[in-house]
Design a protein around this ligand. Structure first.
Ligand code: SF4
Length: 329
């Protein structure tokens, strides 16, 4: 088991397949992009599957979420998903994506065993999308969402980051858009993970503000808060249900005490927390011939050192040197 010194057990493995992305969202990276990892440093598909297999078969991982950067850019994605869903015990297999390319890949991914997708979408306005992402790909995302739904990837979840004076006027239309199509919307507080270090608490739209914005148009009632467990989203029934909306107060309502996540970067580093400032290298020993037992032992030791929480409110808080695109969402 991947148990830390506070007794939390990591069962949810987030694996970044690439640090590259085809968007340039302002809260993630500068318009010119970043220096991508050299290909030789990226784990190969076989190396990824080997580490995921160790996680699932030896270390109690029950959910594998592929992320990036943008995981749909990884050519071997369908093969990696198929090999992951064939593991025993079979983990849940999900994907966090910007949706570009999903129109083509949703069905092959579903056939390969993908269970769910989370698609990032911050606006319904094509011009705002272009300004935010520095790319004119709004239509691709909308088509990708529809394809995911048609392919049976349920629920299709949408992750939205509201930014002050940018898209915070779209909370209500975004929720209506999702309700009309059977998508599940989750608003996420913006976190200090951008490569430009431009995050400021004042500009963050908080969970309280999001709920206030929605309450003017919808009747929201708490849903199964008792059973929230390690789920980061506080869920609310919309107008009595069954439709729901989630609000993830990553900063103002942290859920680190129930965290069950561990991350593997595209270059084979274990990160025991999104905000970890230290990593544990699995790639180098793996390429030097380490056995599965040795890799599992390194991984277990890395998780044991996990800190209590992100500590964003602590004066000593340090933003990780890797940006979100290189950590994996
Ligand atoms: S900040 Fe770290 S400890 Fe807190 S929920 Fe995220 S990964 Fe877990």
């Amino acid at each position: 088991m991947l148990r830390d010194s506070f007794g939390r057990v990591a069962t949810d493995l987030r694996v970044s397949l690439t640090d590259k992305c085809n968007l340039r969202c302002t809260y993630c990276m500068p318009p010119e992009g970043l220096d991508w990892l050299p290909n030789a440093q990226l784990l190969t598909a076989d190396e990824i599957v080997r580490l995921v297999t160790i996680g699932v078969e030896r270390l109690g991982v029950t959910e594998v979420r592929y992320t990036g950067g943008e995981p749909l850019l990884r050519r071997e994605l369908v093969d990696i998903v198929a090999r992951t869903s064939a593991l025993s015990p079979r983990p849940q297999v999900s994907l966090t994506t910007n949706g570009i390319g999903l129109a083509r890949l949703a069905r092959p991914l579903a056939e390969a065993g993908l269970d769910r997708v989370n698609v990032s979408l911050d606006t319904l306005d094509r011009e705002v999308f272009k300004r935010l992402a520095h790319r004119d790909r709004f239509t691709d995302v909308i088509e990708g969402l529809a394809a995911a739904h048609d392919a049976g990837l349920r629920p299709v979840k949408i992750n939205t980051v509201l930014m002050r004076d940018v898209n915070d006027h779209e909370a209500v239309p975004l929720l209506r858009f999702c309700l009309d199509r059977g998508y599940e919307l989750r608003f996420i507080e913006q976190m200090p993970l951008d490569a430009q270090h431009g995050w400021s608490r004042e500009n963050m739209v908080t969970a309280d503000e999001i709920l206030n914005l929605l309450s003017g148009s919808f009747d929201l009632s708490p849903d199964d808060l008792e059973e929230r467990g390690s789920a980061p989203a506080e869920r609310f029934l919309v107008d009595g249900g069954p439709a729901r909306v989630g609000v993830i107060g990553s900063v103002t309502r942290p859920f680190c005490g129930a965290c069950d996540r561990v991350r593997l970067t595209a270059d084979g580093q274990v990160r025991n927390c999104l905000f970890a400032t230290e990593e544990s290298d699995l790639k180098t020993p793996m390429r030097a011939g380490a056995t599965d037992e040795e890799l599992a032992a390194r991984w277990t030791a890395a998780v044991a050192r996990k800190r209590a929480g992100h500590g964003i409110d602590d004066p000593s808080f340090l933003q990780p040197s890797r940006p979100m695109s290189a950590i994996g969402g």
